[in-house]
Write a protein that binds this ligand. Structure first.
Ligand SMILES: Nc1ncnc2c1ncn2[C@@H]1O[C@H](COP(=O)(O)OP(=O)(O)OP(=O)(O)O)[C@@H](O)[C@H]1O
Ligand SMILES: [Mg+2]
Length: 653
């Protein structure tokens, strides 16, 4: 590291409506230095880096590059000055391949006519991948890639441009531990080559390992720059959050109850990868326990979750959510006591699908009966009493509820008869019976609901919450306001709508409550467009929405991705609280520390199969690593290891 400053930011201020994101921040970057930026979610790190990269113009302040003051008006100016940036929210074109994205705007072309030199491009990219140990399929479309791979494309895109000043905005949030280690080594090498690096991360151990100096931000203000060698993680987290943070989760022994979710011999075929990505997976999640799925990314965990949540089709096998009704028609009265929902409210809050189904049924009956009517006339018999009339315009036509319930009961009886017949015809078929107690709470009860054919909405109402892996693609409607995003799963509930019109006041009140409880920071509260929020706060919004529904089953994929240490501590506590309240939790995490910390049971996935079931108290990170890499495999019935040679390389099939 040399003493010359390549970048100097002086008194940078940047405001957005309702918030001062950067308030008089000064920072310098030396040649060959790795300078970390640390700060809680919404502290203004990405904004400051975007100012340096020319994406935002600062309200005031100066930027010096190599000692000379520069006005960086757009990213082209920044590129000209040798500044490159890996963005927290990727700037990739979804329908282009990795290769097209990497070279976009920097295409090597022939001197005459500007033809692209495809061979040169590919070779230089392959060299880059080899040098930095990145396994990326250059011909795969971005839309088809998991977020971890997109992150690698984003990094390659910057490295390909051969800049001298590199900004990494949270590059490690979605990488696997091994990839993070490789990236750390690469960053050190780049610094040795004389490049200067600005590195944003919430993971204090990474900062301690790789950075020379660290600048801490809080609520848009700079708290100072420290030498990494003279500090420790506890001190840094205290400085950043303003209080002591407990990095280890304290939780009581789990008391698992009956099954909430049972997955049996599940197989999922991926059309993109053109192979079976989940093979013969069976497991269950019980009430009051946290089950973690560990594994190296790309071993089928994502697809398993997609199948459970309804984002991917199931090829064979079954997914059963037990006692679906208890959530669907539940309501809390003023005193917080659970009550069955009355018939009329149920009509109001029930989903429109059902009404459609009934009307379709009525039309069908009408045609069948008209036909029968004609036949009976033709035969000169007594006219047939139309079935439609008897069933739907009932002896009690004054009651709309009666009408609806008769139709529902009818649908249920028909459904059960169909299931019975299918079970008779196919030996292996698992009937999906629906039960109903008409005299009691009048609720529809799926005894064992098979989810395979259910819509995402039905699964969600039925009792599954899902914190998805890709927050921007599946978790949020980015151009909707925060409050709309917070009711995305429940806007049709009676609380939030009257006769089909959404109730803005109810939404705002609810949003304000969640914003306060989960400390979601944004410029304009509930009215903020989610796209403009900081990455960590977007994640917090999803977590708030999903945790607040208190569903019997919570599926959480990398829930603490991109969160600061204070927020991680809070979210871990909330997940444990939900477990203790009786929910079953399926957690998918790439971070073994989180897996060991939170789980009550660990399932390890390798090449689409579950290869081990472990007790976190009786295992070590090293042992999990062996199962994750396929070096070991367990018989799930006896919980004894199978020698790989005997098993005939099944794991490597
Ligand atoms: N384009 C924008 N319009 C309005 N507000 C914005 C915009 N960009 C950022 N903000 C606000 O500025 C604040 C700082 O955001 P920034 O993205 O810099 O945070 P951050 O430190 O990177 O946080 P994280 O760790 O969550 O990524 C946030 O409150 C955010 O809502
Ligand atoms: Mg950020």
């Amino acid at each position: 590291m040399q003493d010359t400053n390549v970048i100097e930011l002086k008194h940078i201020c940047k405001s957005f409506p309702g918030i001062k994101a950067n308030d008089d921040i000064s920072l310098d970057l030396k040649k060959g230095e790795i300078h970390a930026l640390l700060g809680e979610n919404g502290a203004g790190k990405s904004t400051l880096m975007s100012v340096l990269f020319g994406m935002y113009e600062p309200d005031s302040g100066q930027i010096f590059v190599n000692g000379k003051e520069e006005k960086i008006k757009n990213p082209n100016d920044a590129t000209r000055l040798g500044i490159g940036m890996v963005h927290q929210h990727f700037m990739l074109v979804g329908c282009y391949t990795a290769l097209q994205n990497i070279i976009l705007g920097y295409e090597p072309a022939t001197k005459f006519f500007g033809f692209l030199k495809p061979k040169d491009v590919r070779q230089s990219l392959l060299d880059l991948c080899k040098k930095y140990k990145f396994e990326v399929n250059l011909d795969e479309k971005i839309d088809d890639m998991p977020v971890g791979e997109q992150q690698k494309v984003e990094i390659l895109k910057m490295l390909y441009r051969k800049n001298d000043i590199l900004i990494f905005d949270e590059p490690t949030a979605v990488l696997t531990p091994q990839e993070i280690d490789d990236l750390m080594i690469s960053m050190k090498e780049l610094a040795k080559e004389g490049k200067s690096i600005l590195f944003i991360s919430h993971k204090l151990n990474e900062i301690m390992e790789v950075a020379d100096r660290v600048t801490v931000l809080r609520k848009g203000k700079c708290l100072g720059t420290l030498d990494v060698k003279s500090t420790d993680p506890q001190h840094l987290s205290r400085l950043m959050v303003g209080r002591d943070v407990q990095l280890v989760v304290s939780k009581k022994e789990a008391k698992p109850g009956e099954d909430v979710l049972t997955v049996d011999k599940l197989c999922v075929y991926s059309a993109e990868k053109k192979r079976e990505v989940v093979h013969d997976v069976s497991f269950s999640v019980r009430k009051g326990e946290i089950v973690c799925v560990a594994g190296i990314e790309g071993n089928g965990q994502s697809e398993l979750v997609y199948a459970l949540a309804g984002l991917e089709k199931v090829r064979s096998g079954s997914i059963i959510l037990h006692n679906l009704d208890t959530y669907r028609y539940r309501r809390l009265d003023k005193n917080g006591v659970e009550k069955p929902v009355s018939g009329f409210n149920r009509i109001a809050s029930d989903n429109i699908d059902h009404v459609r189904r009934v009307s379709r049924e009525a039309i069908k009956c009408f045609f069948i009966n008209s036909y029968r009517h004609c036949v009976s006339l033709f035969n000169k018999k007594k006219p047939f009493v139309p079935y439609v009339k008897k069933q739907y315009f009932s002896p009690k036509p004054e009651s709309a509820i009666y009408w609806k319930e008769t139709a529902q009961r009818d649908a249920i009886l028909r459904h059960n008869a169909r299931e019975k017949l299918k079970a008779k015809l196919h030996k292996d078929y698992q009937p999906n019976f629906v039960g109903a107690d008409w005299k009691g709470d009048q609720s529809l009860r799926y005894v064992n609901a098979h989810l395979e054919e259910m819509t995402i909405r039905d699964r969600s109402i039925g009792g599954i919450s899902h914190i998805p892996e890709d927050r921007q693609k599946y978790g949020l409607a980015l151009d909707f306001s925060l409050k709309d995003n917070l009711v995305l799963q429940r806007y049709f509930e009676r609380k939030f709508q009257t006769l089909g019109f959404t109730n803005d006041r109810a939404k705002s009140e609810y949003a304000n409550e969640l914003i306060k409880r989960y400390d979601i920071r944004s410029s304009l509260g509930g009215s903020t467009t989610v796209r403009s929020m900081s990455g960590g706060n977007q994640q917090k919004a999803i977590i708030a929405r999903e945790l607040d529904r208190n569903t019997p089953l919570l599926i959480a994929v990398q829930p603490t991705r991109g969160l600061d240490v204070g927020a991680i501590e809070f979210i871990h506590k909330e997940i444990v609280k939900q477990r203790d309240a009786g929910s079953g939790i399926l957690l998918v995490s790439l971070e073994l520390e989180e897996v060991m910390n939170l789980s009550d049971r660990i399932l390890v996935m390798f090449k689409g199969e579950i290869v081990a079931e472990l007790d976190p108290k009786k295992t070590t990170v090293q042992e999990i690593g062996l199962y994750m890499s396929g070096a070991k495999r367990m018989d799930l019935k006896t919980h004894k290891d199978i020698p790989l040679s005997e098993e005939g390389g099944k794991a490597h099939a």
